[in-house]
Ligand binder design. Structure first.
Ligand code: G6P
Length: 368
């Protein structure tokens, strides 16, 4: 294993650091072809032209990738989107709309609940199905009409990292492609999205370079038993993913909330023992997030803020700030996924847990 790990201590750490490459490999076909339906298979042009909504089905980290995509699909492509946990959908009396595209997200392509949710969707009359998957020829893509393979390479750490960020890219490509099919993507906009994609691996590399600073934060987290993650809008699912990573591998209880919902419950938990991580890039909701942060500070909560250069945050008593790369624009959730992965990784190291194989969890869950 040490040969495979190279300079890294764990597969998770290696896979976190492989993200610039995983992303550029996944971006390659997009940069060559632009946002064309053929990215999703030879029959995609025909199938996608009839789509007027998207239903995303997934589990775990893949579900959070889908939750980011919902914001993109509705704002960029004006396509309505629902995201549902596969194990819930498969047992619910769902009402199918055959004009909706069913997208399953799965790193392994073998997760039983996601596979069964897909079968159920098909039994309800859904015949436009797309699998976004990292493992070629696995069960879920084999059962789907269209496929997009992420090119993350083998992911061994149980906690998903590079599969997540490459899934986000695939979902962004789907969003831009649907927008284009619907005549909602101008040539200039397409070029600017392609430029943003081209810059993405570099921004992710910048985020990776924050590791020494994030490690200092992780050392302060390690003794805690609880943590809260806040985000708003498209960064709310990144807060959810950050909380999931932390609980999966460090066993610290972590919860994520959309920052505006803080006052409806979790604020009661905040005291000087509850670290609060905030994903606060400079987006339209920044001012709102800032006022949510004041609510935390007023209760003695210690804030750990990931903010980009443009958001003009400064450190103060009880407020720690790490500057994330700027100008990621619409792809900002991809960049902000990275620091929360690193935070979880170093908190787990401090606590001495089995980072690559956390207790009670499996890489691919092929049983119910
Ligand atoms: C397991 C893994 C998670 C993963 C989830 C879904 O719980 O531990 O890391 O996100 O399954 O897996 P999938 O392969 O379908 O993306």
């Amino acid at each position: 294993a040490s040969l495979e790990l190279g300079p890294y201590s764990h597969f998770m750490q290696k896979e976190i650091h492989e993200q610039p490459k995983a992303l550029s490999d996944t971006i390659e076909p997009l940069l060559e072809a632009g946002f064309v339906p053929e990215l999703f298979g030879a029959n995609a042009k025909e199938l996608l032209s009839k789509v007027d909504g998207v239903l995303i089905l997934a589990c775990g980290t893949s579900y959070y990738a889908g939750s980011v995509a919902r914001y993109w699909l509705e704002s960029i492509a004006s396509v309505p989107c629902q995201v549902e946990i596969a194990s819930e959908y498969r047992y619910r009396d769902a009402v199918a709309n055959p004009n909706w595209l069913v997208v399953t997200l799965s790193q392994s392509g073998e997760t039983l609940d996601t596979m069964e949710a897909l079968k159920y969707a098909k039994s309800l009359g859904h015949d436009k199905t797309l699998s976004i998957c990292n493992v070629r020829e696995s069960a879920i893509p084999r059962s789907s009409e269209m496929v997009f393979y992420t090119r993350a390479g083998a992911e061994i750490g149980v906690a998903s990292t590079k599969a997540f960020t490459t899934q986000l890219l695939a979902l962004f490509a789907l969003t831009a492609t649907l927008a284009k099919i619907k005549g909602r993507l101008s040539d200039t906009q397409e070029q600017s999205y392609l430029d943003a994609l081209r810059h993405l691996p570099g921004s992710v590399q910048h985020a990776l370079n924050l590791e020494p600073q994030i490690k200092i934060w992780a050392d302060r987290f390690a003794p805690k038993e609880h943590a809260l993650f806040l985000g708003r809008g498209v960064h709310y699912p990144i807060a959810l993913e950050g909380a999931l990573k932390l609980k999966e591998i460090s066993y610290i209880h972590a919860e994520a909330y959309p920052a505006g919902e803080l006052k409806h419950g979790p604020l009661a938990l905040v005291d000087d023992n509850m670290p609060v991580v905030v994903i606060a890039p400079n987006d339209v909701l920044l001012e709102k997030v800032k006022s949510n942060m004041q609510e935390v500070r007023a209760r003695g909560g210690e804030l750990f803020v990931f903010a980009d250069l443009d958001s003009h945050f400064s450190e103060s008593e009880g407020v720690h700030v790490i500057r994330t790369p700027r100008h990621a624009g619409v792809l900002s959730p991809v960049v902000h996924a990275v620091p929360v992965q690193i935070l979880a990784y170093h908190a787990a190291l401090q606590r001495g847990t089995d980072v690559d194989k956390p207790r009670n969890l499996a890489k691919s869950v092929t049983v119910e």
